[in-house]
Ligand binder design. Structure first.
Ligand SMILES: *[C@@H]1O[C@H](CO)[C@@H](O)[C@H](O)[C@H]1NC(C)=O
Ligand SMILES: *[C@@H]1O[C@H](CO)[C@@H](O)[C@H](O)[C@H]1NC(C)=O
Ligand SMILES: *[C@@H]1O[C@H](CO)[C@@H](O)[C@H](O)[C@H]1NC(C)=O
Ligand SMILES: *[C@@H]1O[C@H](CO)[C@@H](O)[C@H](O)[C@H]1NC(C)=O
Ligand SMILES: *[C@@H]1O[C@H](CO)[C@@H](O)[C@H](O)[C@H]1NC(C)=O
Ligand SMILES: *[C@@H]1O[C@H](CO)[C@@H](O)[C@H](O)[C@H]1NC(C)=O
Ligand SMILES: *[C@@H]1O[C@H](CO)[C@@H](O)[C@H](O)[C@H]1NC(C)=O
Ligand SMILES: *[C@@H]1O[C@H](CO)[C@@H](O)[C@H](O)[C@H]1NC(C)=O
Ligand SMILES: *[C@@H]1O[C@H](CO)[C@@H](O)[C@H](O)[C@H]1NC(C)=O
Length: 725
C-alpha cells in the first residue's frame, strides 16, 4: 500500500518522453548559447504543493511514475550494445571513444572483449538507459570552455599485477576488455564488475578537432581513484594522487596531428596494508556500514581548446551585501589583465563588470543582488576573460556566518538563523557504486529530498561530480561537505600482541591535509556548500595530539566564507564552529543530555545533530542488494521496524524529539540517516534501487516544516524557550 499511494504524488519528468528537463525545479534555467541543441527546458505542470518551498511544485504533477518499472528493460543486455552516439552537446567533432582496436601501432590484433553491462546485484530504472555515451554533459559548470570534446565512452582496460607495471606501458597494444568510462571497475555499469582492482591500465584514442582555435589542448579528468599516471602517445604526461579531485594537464606538446593514444595507469589500494588514505566508506572487505569500493576513472574525461595563457582556477565568492571577491589564476602570467562580468540569469543583463589582474585578489560590488537561499536559489552567470581566454561560471550572493540569536549560538544564512535539516547523503548506487547512472538519476535523489522539505544535505565522506553541486546550487539545497575519511575503524595486531587502531603516520597525515586543502580549493566555488567537515566519528583522527585545531585554521584560511565542523561525532576537543552529536536512533541536539561517545553540548558553539534516525524497514528481495553477506547484516546495525506504518510512526516520534530540542534547548540543525539504502543497510528514505520511498510524504513535510517554524520562533527575542513541566 505504501509503494503506490506514496508514489502517486512523487513524480519525475520522463526521459523516455524526450522532455527530460535537467532543472525542473527552476523556471529560470537557460542553457548556455552553445548548449542550444539540448531538448529544451520544459517545465512540468504545477499541480502539487509542498510545505516549505515554492519551487518544488514545478516537478510535481507529471503523469509518469518515478518507478518507471514498466518501461525499463531488465534484460542483462539492455541497450549496452548501442554504438557510441553523438555527443549530447553536439560539440564533439570526432568520436572520442575509439573502438577496441583503435590504439595505433603494435602487433596485437586480438580484439578486446566487447562491452556490455554486467548484471549488478540490484538495478535501478536507469541501469539499462546508460548506453555507451555516459555523462555527455559539459562536466565543469564552474569553469566552462566552449571548445571541448568528451572522451567518455568505451575504452579498453586490463588488470595489471603490480606498481612496477607503470614502467612498461602497453603502448600500441590492445587491452583485454572494453570498459565504460566513467565508471567504477567494481560496478555492473563498467562492464567489468570485478573485485580487488588494485592496478589497472585504461586506454583510448582521440583526435583533436581540426577547427579548434586555441594553441593549447588541455586534457581534463574529473576524478580517478586513487593514483593515476597519464601517458599520451607513450609519454608520461602527468601523475595525480587523490581519488576525489579533478586535474588538468596541458598535453599540447605530446600530440600528433592524427589519432593520439591515451593510456592511464591506475593504482587504487583502498584499505590494503600499509595504506592509510582518504577512502570514505570504501573497503576491500565490505561489511555492515562499509561498502564496495570504486576503482578507476570514475568521473568524466574531456579535452578542450585554450590559448597558451589560459585560466587555470577561479576563486569567487559573493556576499549578501553585493561584494564579489575574486582571484583568477592563469597558467603563464601573474600580470595579465583579467575582466569579469556578472550577468542576471533571468534578464540576461550585465549587472557589473570589473577589471583586475590575474593572480591577485580583487573586490567589487553588485548593487542589491537577489540573494541565494533554499527558498529562492537565485544565481548569476559570470564571464571571465584573461588575454584571449574566455570562460563561463556562475555564483550566488549569500553570506554564511554565525552569531548569538536570542541567547543561542546559531548558524546564519544571510544574517538570519535558518534551522538546517538534511539527510546523510552517501552517493552510492547499486549499478554504478560511486557513479550515478546518469544526471537524471543523480538529480532524482536531490529532487526527492527537496520535495520532502529538506533544505540541506550532508555529503558524507565522498565528493561528487561538479554537476551534483551545480544541481544543489540551482535547486536550493545547502550542502555540508565532509572530507573523505582516512581508512576507518580498522585495527592491527602488533608483534607484542597489542591491538591498535590503524591511524595515519606523519606522511599519511600530511597527505590527508594536502587532500583536505584540495577539497576546499576545488569545491569552494559552489554557493550551496555552507560548511566543511574534517573528521567523522574519529575515523583516522589522531588523538595523541589534536590535529583538528590546526586543520580547522587551515580550512578557515583557505575559505573564510564558510563554517567548519571540525569533528562530527565522537572525539570533540573544542575545535571548529559546531558542537556536533551523533546518536541513534534518538537525537541529543544542543541538549542537557548526552551519552558516549559524544561530549556534552558546548554552548559556545553551534549545537547540531550530525547524525540520528537510521531506522530501517526491510524490503522484498527484488529491492535488496542481492549479496547474501549483506542481507545477513540487515538487522545487525540499525533499528529495524517490521511494518512501514511502524517505520513512519518511529520517524514521526524521532522528528518530534528533535523538534522538542529546537523548542526547549539549543538545537540548530540535524542530519537524518539517510537518503537511500546502501548494500546491507535498509534505512534509507529511498530503497537502494530508488524504487520505493518509505516516508508518508505529507507527514514528513509537516514534521520538517514544524522544525523550521520552531527555529524561527526561537529567533524571536520575545519568545523564550518553552519549559517542560
Ligand atoms: C568545428 O567543427 C564542428 C563540426 O565538425 C562544429 O560543430 C563546430 O562548431 C566547429 N567549431 C568551431 C569553433 O568552428
Ligand atoms: C588483478 O591482479 C591482481 C594481482 O595480480 C590479482 O590479485 C587480482 O585477482 C586480479 N584481478 C582480476 C579481476 O583479475
Ligand atoms: C595480445 O592481447 C591479449 C589480450 O590482452 C594478450 O593476452 C596477449 O598476450 C597479447 N599478445 C601480445 C603479442 O602482446
Ligand atoms: C611520471 O611523471 C611524474 C611527474 O609528472 C613522476 O612523478 C612519475 O614518477 C612519472 N612516472 C613514470 C612511470 O615515469
Ligand atoms: C571579501 O573579502 C573581504 C576581505 O578579506 C572579507 O572581509 C569579506 O568577507 C569577503 N566577502 C566575500 C563575499 O567573500
Ligand atoms: C603567480 O603568483 C603565485 C603566488 O604569488 C606564485 O605561486 C606563482 O608561481 C605565480 N605564477 C606565475 C606563472 O608566475
Ligand atoms: C607494544 O608495542 C607498541 C609499539 O612499539 C608500544 O607502543 C606498546 O606500548 C607495546 N605494548 C606493550 C603491552 O608492550
Ligand atoms: C530481509 O528480507 C530478505 C528478503 O527480502 C530476507 O532474506 C532477510 O532475511 C530479511 N532480513 C531481516 C532481518 O528481516
Ligand atoms: C536477524 O535476521 C536473521 C534473518 O536474516 C535472523 O535469522 C536472526 O535471528 C535475526 N537476529 C536478530 C537478533 O533478530
Amino acid at each position: 500500500m505504501w509503494t503506490t499511494a506514496v508514489f502517486s504524488t512523487y513524480v519525475l519528468a520522463s526521459a523516455a518522453q524526450g522532455t527530460y528537463n535537467p532543472y525542473p525545479w527552476s523556471n529560470s534555467w537557460q542553457p548556455y548559447p552553445w548548449e542550444s541543441s539540448k531538448t529544451g527546458n520544459p517545465i512540468t505542470s504545477s499541480t502539487g504543493s509542498m510545505v516549505g518551498s515554492s519551487l518544488s511544485t514545478s516537478y510535481i504533477g507529471s503523469t509518469t511514475s518515478p518507478t518507471g518499472t514498466a518501461s525499463v528493460s531488465t534484460a542483462s543486455t539492455g541497450s549496452a550494445t548501442t554504438g557510441p552516439s553523438s555527443r549530447g552537446t553536439g560539440r564533439a567533432t570526432t568520436s572520442p571513444s575509439s573502438t577496441s582496436t583503435g590504439t595505433s601501432g603494435g602487433g596485437n590484433s586480438t580484439a578486446a572483449s566487447p562491452y556490455s553491462v554486467k548484471t549488478p546485484p540490484l538495478t535501478t530504472d536507469w541501469t539499462y538507459e546508460v548506453g555507451t555515451d555516459p555523462w555527455p554533459e559539459y562536466p565543469r559548470p564552474q569553469l566552462q570552455r566552449t571548445q571541448w570534446q568528451s572522451l567518455n565512452g568505451i575504452w579498453t582496460y586490463q588488470n595489471a599485477s603490480s606498481l612496477d607495471a607503470v614502467n612498461s606501458p602497453p603502448v600500441g597494444k590492445n587491452l583485454a576488455n572494453e570498459v565504460l568510462v566513467p565508471s567504477c571497475l567494481e560496478s555492473g555499469l563498467s562492464g567489468i564488475q570485478t573485485t580487488y582492482n588494485i592496478y589497472s591500465w585504461f586506454a583510448t584514442s582521440f583526435t583533436v578537432p581540426s577547427n579548434w582555435t586555441g594553441s593549447s589542448v588541455l586534457l581534463n579528468f574529473g576524478a580517478i581513484d586513487y593514483e593515476a599516471t597519464v601517458f599520451v602517445n607513450g609519454l608520461n604526461a602527468t601523475f595525480h594522487r587523490g581519488g576525489y579531485f579533478a586535474f588538468t594537464v596541458d598535453v599540447t606538446s605530446y600530440l600528433d596531428s592524427g589519432a593520439n593514444e591515451l593510456l592511464v595507469f591506475v593504482h587504487d589500494p583502498t584499505d590494503e596494508d600499509p595504506y592509510v588514505i582518504p577512502i570514505g566508506k570504501q573497503t576491500l572487505h565490505p561489511s555492515h556500514i562499509f561498502y564496495t569500493p570504486c576503482s578507476g576513472i570514475w568521473q568524466s574525461v574531456w579535452i578542450e581548446s585554450a590559448p597558451s595563457d589560459y585560466i587555470t582556477e577561479l576563486d569567487i565568492s559573493a556576499g549578501m551585501d553585493g561584494t564579489v571577491n575574486a582571484t583568477i589564476t592563469s597558467s603563464s602570467s601573474n600580470s595579465s589583465a583579467a575582466s569579469i562580468s556578472i550577468i542576471d540569469r533571468s534578464s540576461k543583463s550585465t549587472v557589473a563588470t570589473h577589471s583586475g589582474t590575474a593572480g591577485s585578489p580583487f573586490t567589487f560590488q553588485v548593487s542589491s543582488p537577489k540573494l541565494w537561499s533554499p527558498s529562492s536559489p537565485s544565481l548569476y552567470d559570470i564571464t571571465i576573460t584573461v588575454g584571449s581566454d574566455t570562460v563561463y561560471s556562475y555564483t550566488g550572493f549569500r553570506t554564511i556566518s554565525k552569531g548569538v540569536v536570542n541567547g543561542i549560538e546559531r548558524p546564519l544564512l544571510n544574517g538570519e538563523f535558518l534551522f538546517l535539516f538534511g539527510t546523510l547523503d552517501q552517493g552510492f548506487w547499486p549499478d554504478g557504486i560511486y557513479v550515478p547512472p546518469n544526471r537524471e538519476a543523480m538529480v532524482y535523489d536531490l529532487q526527492t529530498l527537496k520535495n520532502l522539505g529538506f533544505n540541506m544535505l550532508r555529503k558524507h565522506i565522498k565528493v561528487e561530480n561538479a554537476l551534483y553541486y551545480q544541481a544543489c546550487d540551482e535547486m536550493g539545497l545547502m550542502v555540508i561537505q565532509d572530507m573523505p575519511a582516512l581508512r576507518p575503524l580498522q585495527t592491527e595486531t602488533l608483534s607484542n600482541c597489542t591491538v591498535e587502531t590503524i591511524l595515519p603516520d606523519a606522511t599519511q597525515q600530511a597527505e590527508f591535509q594536502r587532500q583536505l586543502e584540495l577539497l576546499v580549493t576545488q569545491q569552494r566555488v559552489f554557493p550551496s556548500i555552507i560548511t566543511w567537515i574534517i573528521y567523522n566519528e574519529g575515523w583516522g583522527q589522531l588523538t595523541n595530539y589534536y590535529p583538528e585545531f590546526r586543520l580547522t585554521d587551515i580550512v578557515r584560511q583557505l575559505d573564510p566564507t564558510r563554517l567548519v565542523d571540525a569533528t562530527t561525532g565522537w572525539y570533540d576537543h573544542g575545535a571548529g564552529d559546531f558542537s556536533d552529536n551523533h546518536h541513534y536512533a534518538n537525537p541529543q541536539c544542543g541538549s542537557p543530555f548526552y551519552s558516549i561517545q559524544s561530549s556534552p553540548y558546548d554552548p559556545t558553539r553551534i549545537g547540531i545533530q550530525g547524525e540520528f534516525g537510521g531506522i530501517g524497514k526491510n524490503v522484498s528481495i527484488e529491492h535488496l542488494w542481492n549479496v547474501q553477506e549483506a542481507i545477513n547484516t540487515i538487522n545487525q546495525t540499525y533499528e529495524i521496524d517490521l511494518t512501514i506504518e511502524a517505520w513512519n510512526y518511529r520517524g514521526h516520534r524521532l522528528l518530534g524529539e528533535i523538534l522538542d530540542q529546537v523548542k526547549l534547548y539549543a538545537c540548530s540543525g540535524g542530519v537524518w540517516t539517510q537518503t537511500t539504502d546502501v548494500e546491507g543497510e535498509v534505512n534509507g528514505l529511498l530503497t537502494y534501487d530508488r524504487r520505493i520511498l518509505r516516508p508518508y510524504v505529507g507527514q514528513w513535510q509537516a514534521d520538517l516544516q514544524a522544525l523550521y517554524d520552531a527555529g524561527v520562533a526561537r529567533s524571536n527575542a520575545l519568545a523564550p524557550a518553552l519549559k517542560f513541566s
